[in-house]
Structure formats: structure tokens, C-alpha cells
Write a protein that binds this ligand. Structure first.
Ligand code: ADP
Ligand code: MG
Length: 257
């Protein structure tokens, strides 16, 4: 048995067949695991101590999300949506249970690993855009790359690519105060994706937009998911926004409902 690439070689003098097979199987399994569950929660609980008694923000949540999926987390205020998002962002730790993202065990990762995770693999979109007012759209988008030390020319080129993706090329030199809410949010989406994160977290990304602008932002998020640019987890109160996602994760009282 000789495969084209020469990878599965029977008569390799260095590694006998048994070990080859073992390595190939192990690699295949790893690839399958990643493909099947980019995000996995296993029996995750988060209990906050409080003077009036413990608050059970998450109760025994188990969940798997395939890579590239666009998920909407919905449910009434206080049901645990932000807690779930904070755990995924590596900003909080579960009281019990296991969370893994992209092969990284967040519940047991040390501070260095969590910092690297947040910087490299995560993009975040906020309800109020959080663009820097003294910078143009393209300057806002390229900033994360400049801060990590990319060359100015490369950062500019990548930022221009991202503005193209979000349909803002003509507005590259506009300042936030010259942009509509929808344009600001699309610039914020470009900024969140500029460093090629595998996971994009969004907390009420359309919460501050009128319905036309909200629809355009949702279309953009759908495009990002369909091109498999990132897995997208969006917390939302809006039924329209939830309907735009491929999968809805309804929560109630700290549990999936
Ligand atoms: P949601 O985002 O769905 O509104 P949260 O995840 O923010 O809900 O909160 C879930 C529950 O946990 C609520 O009862 C909230 O009051 C409580 N909670 C959240 N953060 C803390 C905290 N730091 N200390 C104590 N209780 C908290
Ligand atoms: Mg919340």
C-alpha cells in the first residue's frame, strides 16, 4: 500500500506498519473531533456566591457546537447568557465542568494560555461598536494588527480586505461620527475578524440598530458563517436576529431549554 503523497508507506524502513497505522488513525480521530465539536461544554455549572445565597447562573450545561456554525443564544434577562459568553471568552471559569474550544481546555488553561487564546483565536463584537472616535474606519480595523507588531503595509492591506468583505470600501476614510450605526457595526465586525479568529462572540450586535441596519449586519454575520470564516456565537433578545442564525440555543434559568 503506497499512497500518492507517500504518507502511508508499508515498507518504510524507519516506522513499521503498525506504528504508521496508529499515527494515521490518531490524526484522523483528532481531525474528526475538531470537525464535530469546535466548542464543547460538559456538565458546566457556574455558581456565584452572594450575600442572599448562591446564584446558580449556569446549571449543568452540556453543549456541542460544530465549527463555522452561526448560533443565537436567547432567553430572558438573568437566564445566564452573559455568563455563557464570558466562559467562552476565557474571562470567567466554571465552578464545575469542562469547556473546550478548538482543542483548548478553557477550564484548566493557565493565564498565559488564556491570554493567547483571547488575543489570537477570539473576536468580539459589542452592542455599542466600541470604535475609537479619533481613527478612521480603516485605522480602527488595522489597529489590532499594528498592536501585535505586523508591518504597517501588511496591516493596511489586510484591513482593506476586511472592509471589502463588510462592504465598507467606500467608507474606509470616514470617522465613526460620519458613519451610520450599521456602518459602525460593520466596521466593528471587520475589526473583530482582522486577525483571523476561529471564534466570534457577539453580545446583542443589533441591539442598537434600526431594522434596516440590523438586517444588513445579520446578513453579514450569515455570510461570515457560510464562508466558514469563524464560528459565531451571538447573544440576542431580537427574534429577527435569532431567526438569522442557523441554530438557536434557548436558555431558561441557567439551563438550556
Ligand atoms: P443574562 O446575560 O442572561 O441576563 P447573566 O449571565 O448576566 O444573565 O446572569 C445570570 C445570573 O447570574 C443572574 O441571576 C445574575 O444576577 C447572576 N450574576 C451574574 N454575574 C454575577 C456576579 N458577578 N455575581 C453574582 N451574581 C451574578
Ligand atoms: Mg447579559
Amino acid at each position: 500500500m503506497r499512497e500518492q503523497s507517500g504518507r502511508f508507506v508499508d515498507n518504510d524502513p524507519i516506522l513499521p506498519l503498525g506504528q504508521h497505522t496508529e499515527v494515521v488513525l490518531r490524526e484522523t480521530r483528532r481531525a474528526e473531533n475538531l470537525a464535530v465539536r469546535m466548542i464543547s461544554f460538559r456538565h458546566v455549572s457556574r455558581v456565584y456566591p452572594s450575600p442572599g445565597g448562591e446564584v446558580h447562573a449556569l446549571r449543568d450545561v452540556s453543549l456541542e457546537i460544530a465549527p463555522g456554525t452561526f448560533c443565537a443564544v436567547t432567553g430572558p434577562s438573568g437566564c445566564g447568557k452573559s455568563t455563557l459568553l464570558n466562559l467562552l471568552g476565557g474571562l470567567d471559569q466554571p465552578t464545575s465542568g469542562e469547556i473546550s474550544v478548538d482543542g483548548l481546555a478553557l477550564h484548566s488553561a493557565d493565564e498565559n494560555a488564556l491570554t493567547a487564546y483571547r488575543r489570537e483565536r477570539l473576536g468580539i463584537i459589542f452592542q455599542f461598536f466600541n470604535l475609537l472616535p479619533a481613527m478612521t474606519a480603516i485605522e480602527n480595523v488595522e489597529l489590532p494588527l499594528l498592536l501585535r507588531g505586523d508591518r504597517a503595509r501588511d496591516a493596511r492591506a489586510r484591513a482593506a480586505e476586511m472592509l471589502e468583505l463588510v462592504g465598507l470600501t467606500p467608507r474606509a476614510d470616514a470617522f465613526p461620527h460620519q458613519m451610520s450605526g450599521g456602518e459602525m457595526q460593520r466596521a466593528a465586525v471587520a475589526r473583530a475578524l482582522v486577525h483571523r479568529p476561529s471564534l466570534l462572540l457577539a453580545d446583542e450586535p443589533t441591539g442598537n440598530l434600526d431594522s434596516d441596519n440590523a438586517a444588513r449586519v445579520l446578513e453579514l454575520l450569515q455570510k461570515i458563517a457560510s464562508q466558514r470564516l469563524a464560528t459565531l456565537i451571538m447573544v440576542t433578545h431580537s427574534p429577527e436576529a435569532a431567526a438569522a442564525a442557523e441554530r438557536r440555543i434557548p436558555m431558561m434559568d441557567g439551563r438550556l431549554s
